[in-house]
Design a protein around this ligand. Structure first.
Ligand SMILES: [Zn+2]
Ligand SMILES: [Zn+2]
Length: 138
């Protein structure tokens, strides 16, 4: 499967040629702030299936709960597009909302449920946290 993602201004365009290895949402405060929304959609792909076709990103590096993270966001429009997390070896995280032509399949994990807004109700099948085993198998 080939999927194209981009930022709001179109300055940065990515191409993915695989299904996500991990596909979920995250309710942590970092994702809330990153998106300005109730949760982030985080899809992780194998790095060799990821290509940067156009690039206007700048980076923000910080220590997160899963080690060092490097976030790439558009320097023109501010959209977060992709990131790398130290413990997610060989994977690149992509902000799921960047894919507007071919939306991602139903998420398979729901991280940081304890931090989820009380008014959000997901289907039963999504009430599954992300485990270390999921990351290991990705
Ligand atoms: Zn942009
Ligand atoms: Zn998060």
């Amino acid at each position: 499967m080939k999927n194209i993602g981009s930022c709001c201004c179109g300055g940065t365009v990515i191409e993915i040629t695989d299904e996500p290895a991990l596909n979920g949402i995250c309710n942590c405060n970092n994702c809330k702030k990153r998106t300005g929304s109730a949760f982030g959609i985080s899809a992780y792909f194998h790095q060799d299936k990821f290509q940067l076709l156009k690039n206007t990103t700048i980076t923000y590096e910080f220590q997160g709960e899963h080690g060092k993270q490097v976030r790439h966001f558009c320097g023109k429009c501010g959209t977060t597009i992709f990131w790398y997390v130290e413990i997610f070896k060989g994977l690149v995280g992509v902000a799921g909302g960047c894919f507007t032509d071919n939306p991602l399949p139903l998420p398979t994990f729901n991280a940081m449920m304890e931090n989820q807004y009380s008014w959000i109700k997901f289907s039963e099948s999504m009430n599954k946290p992300l485990t270390a085993q999921d990351v290991e198998n990705a």
